[in-house]
Design a protein around this ligand. Structure first.
Ligand code: BMA
Length: 846
């Protein structure tokens, strides 16, 4: 270990500005990706090789070679299960020049191997991998030769391996053979996902050549952060081959502005052979803080962290830093214990959703999909996504986009709905996985919290596993002991040793939804609706401190189903159709809830439309109840944001990126300023939920708006509310308010004006199935190439605009009568052609 120098940036400024201009981003360590191969693959049992894609998976390679049909189409999933039982082999050749061979170190880095892989270089075994989530680096200097080198990777069936492991235990663990394999658990099938236990080189493979020193890791520490200064320290872990004098540095692209006013002096460091830490301090005056969406800009500082020797740039890393503090506040109160996040000292109500893998086959997800997801979340006023534990630690691009868009991340470790083994090899493997992933993600501003697992504690305590698996007392004690060791000891200790300031939460939810503590402390998954068949209205009562899961299914757009189902299969009796619903009683549950609130349509397209309205109605009820309960409740993340394939599920955006009705609804329900109407004990309450950091005052006007057109003012008063609060700004006797009007014929409109801002809520007292809707006549006027105005003569409920290939700025909305225009913007691949636009409203199916 050498001294940890404090580099004082004046000299860096002069050195770096000159050098960066003359020698842009030159680094002596050289990296070469092997993704372009060419790669080939085959079944180990067979002779013939086929072209492969890296990064990729065996399923997508088989499909591309036309050896199997589209795994997502029809019922194909069923006939493709054989793939998981086979072993698969991949190979490529790469050349190493004489000059390259002279490097002191030649490394092969696998950023992800799924999962049990034996790697051979020139026929010698150089690696045995057993964890999809780990990064593997092998020094191949000795195994490499000048000229052609042959790289071969054999993937053993994860099913066979898992079964072998499971036999070593005297009992069966809930979750069966999958829990023995450190691999995305949803690949084994989930209640929204097919079973494709795939394998392959799912992330990039690189050669790294280096001689003098290599930066293994950079940890950034925020020593001080206030309005006037951010004192940062970059701690590098460096491996040095050639001892000597080195200059570690940290710089920003617009160095001049950021360097201004700092204490400055150059300093070098003597590195000895081996692994050691060095640090660089860096001060930013008048720092711009990183804020989550809705509170301010997500300011990032794009640092280059490097190591120089004489004029040579040895190694560099780029890290984007958001300056912020985050705390999880859990304070006892008269009802239990709070659970909320403070960002930069400000208590924040978290609004968002649960994120699952965006495909069954990760490598084919284009990077821009992560951008779209983060932007869609931002657009819907979300400020938090939960990366759920049954998938995978997400792609770097996902976290980069969350950083940029001010989306905080609740990051689960990858364990879900099961109990896991506790032998030393498994625990060591998990520990290394935690090290790799915490190191990869720790510098991201977006990471708010690390959570041990999804619903394993809940499952153990509430799902009757002990009986189901017939455990003896000692089995139970052993399983629970293994659980506590992993989630209360090994994982938090590992996290704490790498990123001490990170927040750890052992399991989500902290208490199962059947127990009263789930509503008074910790985080809560409320599944009384859907799993418990309770009505949506129960959401108004079952409000916990932080609602990290709750949800309701809907069907995806018909265009999505058409992509994977032949026209003949677009009916509930078709096996292929049923295969695109993974919940055992999913359609029955949707229908039961639909009957409660809607007329159940016969035609498929109508049924899909109403299923989406139903889901939106449920989520609106939940979200508004949670937000009204602020600050008792300080977070609401619905289940689930997205899909991994075309399916009927709890998602708000389908596999192809089509927002469902619930997406548009959450965009409204998550608005920073929300008017929410609640009926309770013959009274009608109007709440103003203000997530802004400023007080609001103004006038509230209530109007009875008949579907046929006329409106009657029902109330008018002044209000004042505090910043960051939920306040009742009006309470009315229901009878008086409705003053004899038939509730099936009108909506209550609450409007407020604060300064120049206008907010409105539209509340209907009657269930949709009982409404006396009138036939709307729509009028469309083009404003510009991508914008049009829509109006209707009478009130139109749940107006659904369908313009194939395009996404509209609002959809499934209520439109007041009297031809009050509403502007709609269109985005999408095609030029707007309104002749393809179809408009439907609830009148058409009532
Ligand atoms: C939640 C999740 C998932 C599941 C979803 C819907 O609790 O954690 O396990 O897909 O419920 O059932």
């Amino acid at each position: 270990m050498t001294k940890s120098p404090v580099i004082k940036p004046l000299v860096i400024l002069s050195v770096l500005v000159v050098n960066f201009i003359t020698l842009p981003s030159f680094s002596q360590n050289i990296t070469r990706s092997l993704h372009s191969g060419p790669w080939q693959f085959k079944n180990v049992k067979e002779k013939k090789w086929f072209t492969a894609t890296v990064p990729g998976t065996v399923h997508t390679d088989l499909f591309t070679n036309k050896l199997i049909p589209d795994p997502f189409f029809g019922n194909n999933e069923k006939q493709l299960q054989w793939i998981e039982n086979e072993d698969w082999e991949y190979k490529t050749n790469f050349t190493i020049s004489k000059k390259e061979l002279e490097n002191k170190h030649i490394e092969l880095e696998f950023q992800g191997l799924d999962t049990y892989a034996k790697v051979y270089l020139n026929d010698s075994l150089i690696l045995r991998a057993n964890n999809m989530f780990r990064t593997w680096i092998v020094d191949i200097k000795k195994a490499t030769r000048k000229g052609n080198n042959n790289l071969r990777i054999v993937f053993e069936s994860a099913i066979k391996k898992g079964k072998e492991e499971s036999k070593k235990l005297p009992y069966t663990l809930p979750g069966d053979e999958k829990v023995f394999t450190r691999k995305a658990q949803y690949q084994y099938g989930w209640d929204w996902g097919p079973r494709f236990v795939t394998c392959g080189i799912w992330k990039d493979v690189k050669l790294i050549f280096w001689n003098r020193a290599k930066i293994l890791d950079v940890n950034y520490i925020q020593k001080t952060l206030n309005d006037s200064i951010a004192e940062l320290s970059f701690i590098y872990t460096v491996e040095c081959e050639k001892p000597g004098t080195y200059y570690p540095y940290a710089s920003l692209p617009d160095g001049k502005a950021v360097f201004a006013g700092m204490s400055l002096e150059n300093e070098n460091v003597t590195l000895i052979k081996g692994v050691q830490k060095v640090s660089v301090d860096y001060y930013i005056h008048r720092p711009k803080l990183w804020w989550s969406n809705g509170l301010g800009e997500a300011n990032l500082y794009n640092f280059t962290i490097g190591l120089k020797q004489e004029a040579a740039f040895i190694d560099t890393q780029h890290i984007s830093i958001g300056l912020r503090t985050i705390e999880l506040v859990q304070e006892k109160d008269d009802k239990g214990q709070s659970f909320y996040f403070k960002l930069n000292g400000v208590p924040i109500f978290m609004k968002g959703a649960n994120y699952i893998p965006p495909d069954n086959f990760f490598p084919r997800v284009p990077k821009h999909k992560y951008k779209t997801i983060a932007e869609q979340a931002k657009d819907a006023h979300m400020n938090m996504l939960r990366v759920w534990g049954g998938g995978a630690y997400a792609d770097d691009a996902f976290y980069d986009e969350c950083d940029k868009n001010g989306i905080l991340v609740w990051q689960d470790f990858m364990f879900a709905c099961a109990m896991y083994p506790g032998d030393s090899a498994f625990v060591a493997n998990v520990k290394n996985e935690a090290i790799d992933n915490v190191n990869r993600l720790k510098n991201h501003a977006c990471i708010a919290l690390w959570c041990g697992n999804n619903e394993s504690d809940e499952g153990w305590k509430n799902w009757g596993w002990q009986k189901q698996y017939n455990y003896t007392k000692s089995d139970s004690a052993k399983i629970w002991n293994d659980y506590t060791n992993l989630f209360h000891n090994v994982i938090p200790k590992t996290l704490g040793s790498i990123a001490p300031k990170n927040i750890y939460w052992p399991t989500s939810p902290s208490t199962g939804w059947g127990r009263k503590e789930s509503l008074t402390q910790g985080d809560s998954h409320y599944w009384g609706v859907w799993w418990g068949m309770e009505p949506f209205e129960i959401y108004n009562k079952k409000v916990g401190r932080f609602m990290s899961e709750y949800g309701f299914q809907s069907m995806p757009d018909i265009s999505t189903l058409r992509k994977v189902l032949p026209e003949d299969d677009l009916n509930f009796d078709s096996a292929a159709f049923k295969n695109h619903q993974k919940h055992p009683t999913g359609f029955e549950t949707i229908k039961t809830y639909m009957e409660r609130d809607y007329k159940v349509p016969i035609k498929m397209e109508d049924f899909i439309y109403v299923s989406q309205l139903l889901q939106a109605r449920g989520m609106k009820t939940a979200i508004e109840a949670h937000r009204r309960a602020k600050p008792y409740c300080m977070g609401t993340l619905f289940w689930q944001l997205n899909d991994c394939w075309p399916v009927t599920s709890w998602s708000s955006i389908d596999y192809y990126g089509n927002p469902k009705a619930v997406y548009y609804e959450t965009k409204k329900s998550f608005a920073p300023v929300l008017l929410s109407v609640e009926e309770k004990n013959d009274s009608v309450y109007i709440y103003l939920i203000n997530d802004q950091q400023k007080d609001l005052e103004g006038t509230i006007t209530l109007a009875i708006q008949l579907f046929s057109g006329p409106g009657y003012i029902a109330g008018n008063e002044q209000f004042k509310t505090k910043a960051n609060s939920s306040t009742v700004i009006g309470k009315y006797a229901k009878q008086k308010l409705l003053s004899g009007f038939d509730p099936a014929t009108f909506s209550l409109q609450a409007n407020i004006t604060c300064n120049k801002d206008f907010y409105t809520a539209n509340y209907i007292f009657e269930k949709p199935k009982n409404l006396k809707l009138l036939k709307p006549n729509f009028h469309i006027k083009m404003i510009d190439a991508n914008t049009f105005e829509l109006s209707s003569d009478v009130f139109a409920k749940d107006v659904y605009l369908n313009l194939p290939g395009s996404i509209v700025s609002d959809n499934y909305f209520d439109l007041q009568g009297g031809h009050q225009p509403k502007q709609i913007r269109i985005s999408g691949d095609q030029k707007t052609d309104l002749s393809k636009l179809t408009i439907r409203s609830l009148f058409d199916v009532n």
